[in-house]
Design a protein around this ligand. Structure first.
Ligand code: 8OZ
Length: 358
């Protein structure tokens, strides 16, 4: 019987176990959106994960929506990430980076030249973001013109190339949680009348073009995708038919042979049963590694892998407070409590100072 602690090959990447560190926004990047020096130590401490999905990382300056999040679109950022990936590899780990464009979940103060953020729509999301001035309403976006979309796709492709230059084992495209790609997927947000709006085929077009571009650039065996079919976070209202939408998207991706699909079940960081959705039906369209996430306990994770319901289980908050989470799960040891006050921003406190077992 396969267990959570058994190795697995996903695409071109060999993992020591099936426990994944989920991507976690920590808002500690240095000026220039350069990953923090401290993030070298932070990720090294967590390298016993079978796979680390490094935090959501902007593919371009306009892709930023929160204060002090890192990018992967220039040489200084690539050089800083190289220090992280070298350290994780030296510790025996594997690490991919999550490629992120926030779309309308941003504020003019975070955008190049104070411009409006971009989206599938010109309608503002009913949510807030965190800026230099604290929590503020996100800004009203402008709808991307059809002729601007090739450059968005190219930014994902270039970021994937940069990730390989920075020593990452691969990438995960962030198509979840109400950000740019989800703003195209859902008919509750996307109000376009061009080839990227309306039908399911049109709304999935940007996602499919992005996945083809990154897979064509670095190989599909180094590419994964994160989806959140029913999450309501970041002002993302429900799609009128999420099952049909996401089934179609995954079906269309099947021939690409991506390394993994990472699915947030239910509301991100909240109720797993916030809306009905048949995740097994979604999986039936996909051949690669199936990574599940959202509020998994040790027992749920053991059962998910033992039953074959999942190949990999991603843990978020438990990995923040337990750098040695893999060992603790294996030994059924108690977990450190999470200090929610140090999640976003700050320095070493709540970042690199959580203790491992002796
Ligand atoms: C928490 C705070 C800011 C961003 C996501 C990238 O929800 C995020 C995020 C989470 O995917």
């Amino acid at each position: 019987m396969t267990t959570l602690f058994d190795p697995i090959r996903i695409g071109d990447i060999d993992l020591a176990n099936r426990i994944v560190m989920a991507p976690l926004t920590r808002n500690r990047a240095a000026p220039g959106q350069i990953p923090a020096r401290l993030s070298i130590e932070y990720y090294r401490q967590r390298a016993s994960a079978g796979l680390i999905v490094a935090e959501a990382t902007q593919i371009s300056p306009a892709g930023q929506g929160y204060l002090d999040t890192p990018g992967i679109y220039n040489a200084a950022q690539i050089a800083a990430w190289r220090l992280v990936t070298d350290e994780v590899h030296a510790a025996g780990g594997r690490i991919v980076v999550q490629l992120w464009h926030v779309g309308r979940i941003s504020h003019v103060s975070l955008q190049p030249d104070g411009q409006a953020p971009v989206s599938s729509t010109a309608r503002r999301a009913d949510t807030k973001t965190f800026t230099r001035d604290g929590f503020v309403d996100v800004s009203t976006p402008r709808a991307l013109r059809t002729d601007e979309l090739p450059a968005i796709v190219a930014s994902y492709r270039d970021a994937a190339r940069n990730a390989i230059t920075a020593g990452f084992d691969g990438i995960e495209v962030h198509a979840a949680n109400g950000y740019l790609i989800e703003q195209f997927l859902r008919d509750s947000i996307n109000d376009r009348s061009d080839a990227y709006g309306g039908s399911i085929e049109n709304r999935t077009r940007l996602l499919l073009e992005v996945m083809q571009a990154v897979a064509g650039e670095i190989g599909a065996g180094r590419c994964g995708l994160r989806l959140s079919p029913v999450t309501p976070v970041n002002g993302a209202g429900p799609d009128s038919d999420p099952q049909a939408l996401y089934n179609y998207a995954v079906e269309q991706l099947a021939s690409l042979k991506l390394a993994f699909l990472h699915v947030i079940e239910g509301q991100t960081g909240g109720a797993r049963d916030c809306a009905p959705f048949d995740y097994a039906a979604l999986r039936s369209h996909f051949d690669g590694a199936w990574m599940v996430n959202n509020g998994y306990t040790r027992q749920m994770a053991l059962d998910a892998v033992a039953s074959g319901a999942a190949d990999l289980v991603a843990f978020g908050r438990p990995f923040i407070s337990n750098p040695d989470l893999v060992r603790r799960l294996r030994d059924n040891a108690p977990l450190n409590a999470l200090d929610a006050s140090t999640l976003y921003g700050g320095g070493a406190k709540g970042y690199t100072d959580y203790p491992s077992l002796g």
